[in-house]
Design a protein around this ligand. Structure first.
Ligand code: UDP
Length: 456
């Protein structure tokens, strides 16, 4: 038997790199050598943000390739980055693998590739080089299923060939799955029609590439998405892949964590703190940002709020910081998994990015949902309609979530223990899935067997 050496390729965005890094940590624990391929840009962010006490296992190495964009170009622009990647990375990846294989040492030879489905072109490289390949989906299975359904949605006239819904309607992708709104498909909800079309085409391509993979794993849990996994048994849930489940530190951050907020949390009463975080991508305009600030102030409760340096332009300081300084804490980037686990945290105001959802669920927290784009709407649907562990902020007629709405809904959420009871129940179910012999644990063992080329 050859010694296993896996190449891991995430999509270069924070919510994709973190779970792929966690996958790397699991693989090296099982004796698999891993070469983790970031883009040069994300590699620098990750290595700069690495904390001093973090040491990678000797089996793990972090390498990087160019993403095809120039220094200073906007890497959050879907109109640019995926195309640039597709132009330069396949050839570079192939060269890199050839170099590794040429090293002579048997342990260097690449035995398989695990790639994010958003980097589906990797499967073509693997096919060309006759390397075994597995697909990794870092989000909910329902959003992957929605990609698989694109041909049917087109055929049924639910969307046009740019992904635009023909009308607003509830759509059930299969009889076992919950209905989602046609206005909330994974490729919708951001930017103008052009951006939407680009995102749609990217997803069409991804759903075609994934058919090349020998194995498809998903960072989700059967118990969270029974209906979807029943209809799509080829998607194997192995999650949640969270560092907190291994009692380890989460790695792969693009920003340095401000851990001082943990000591601040220690001083707050149990379940009293509103944790507010919108992941790595969400932007706010000034008006909405100010409403949120006032809404948090009006709750009269302690809050910990993550405001990334790039999240809002030109905030106005109207004395907010002074008024809330005895009970409010603002950080640029939090050690989120540790924060959510902290007994002082009572609820999670979230954009419903899938990693944040898994992290909040695993800590038994009720959610206030504020989705921003893409799969976050389907994730919101799970929280509010299926699991019933949270509420949704509604926008007023001018498209704003008002300060009153923020205050009232948070009070409603925290004033009703049923949300917490259901959240704890869900947490326990998910914990069983990742414990020895649980659904996700078994799938993960099969995946390791596949990597080690044992019969599965
Ligand atoms: N995160 C963090 N600190 C923060 C905010 C977010 O560590 O202050 C982490 C969070 O734990 C999660 C990831 O960043 O693992 C964000 O992923 P998610 O899918 O929730 O959202 P995205 O950034 O993709 O929109």
């Amino acid at each position: 038997m050859r010694k296993p050496h896996a190449i891991l390729v995430p999509y270069p965005a924070q919510g994709h790199v973190i779970p792929m890094m966690e996958l790397m940590q699991r693989l090296v624990k099982h004796g698999v050598k891993v070469t983790f391929v970031n883009t040069n840009f994300t590699h620098k962010l990750v290595t700069d943000a690495f904390s001093e006490d973090e040491k990678l296992n000797d089996l793990a190495s972090l390498v990087s390739l160019p993403d095809g964009l120039e220094t200073g170009e906007d890497r959050n622009d879907f109109g640019k980055l995926p195309d640039a990647i597709f132009r330069v990375m396949p050839e570079k990846l192939e060269e890199m693998i050839k170099e590794l294989n040429a090293k002579g040492d048997d342990f260097e030879k690449v035995t398989c590739i695990v790639a994010d489905i958003c980097m589906g072109w990797v499967f073509e490289v693997a096919k060309k080089m006759k390397i075994r390949k597995a697909a990794f989906w870092p989000a909910a299975a329902i959003s992957l299923a929605s990609l698989f359904c694109i041909p049917k949605l087109l055929e049924d006239g639910i969307i046009d060939n740019k992904g635009t819904p023909m009308k607003k309607q509830m759509v059930q992708l299969s009889p076992t799955m919950p209905a989602i709104s046609s206005l909330e498909f994974t490729w919708l909800g951001i930017g103008d029609l052009k951006t939407q079309e680009i995102l749609f085409n990217l997803m069409v391509k991804a759903s075609e590439f994934v058919t090349l993979a020998d194995f498809t794993i998903c960072n989700s849990t059967y118990e969270l998405e029974k209906g979807t996994f029943t209809s799509y048994p080829e998607i194997l849930p192995v999650g949640p892949l969270l560092a907190s489940n291994r009692v380890a530190n989460q790695i792969g951050h693009f920003w340095k964590e401000d851990s001082t907020c943990l000591a601040w949390l220690d001083q707050q009463p149990a379940r009293s703190v509103i944790y507010v975080a919108f992941g790595s991508f969400t932007l706010f305009d000034r008006t909405q940002f100010d409403e949120l600030a006032h809404g948090l102030e009006m709750t009269n409760m302690p809050f910990l709020w993550v405001v990334r340096s790039d999240m809002v332009k030109d905030t106005q300081n109207d004395g907010f910081d002074d008024r809330v300084k005895s009970r409010g804490r603002i950080v640029g980037w939090a050690p989120q998994q540790k924060v959510l686990k902290h007994p002082s945290v009572g609820c999670f105001v979230s954009h419903c990015g899938w990693n944040s959802v898994l992290e909040g669920v695993s800590c038994g927290l009720p959610f206030m949902c504020w989705p921003y784009f893409s799969d976050q709407f389907a994730n919101r649907m799970y929280i509010s309609d299926v699991w019933k562990t949270g509420l949704v902020f509604d926008k007023d007629e001018s498209g704003i979530v008002s300060r009153e709405e923020i205050k009232n809904k948070i009070e409603q959420l925290l004033g009703n223990d049923e949300f917490k009871v259901r959240a704890i129940d869900l947490k326990e179910k998910v914990a069983v899935a990742v414990s020895k012999g649980g659904h996700s644990d078994k799938n993960f063992s099969n995946f390791i067997d596949w990597i080690q080329e044992k019969d599965t």
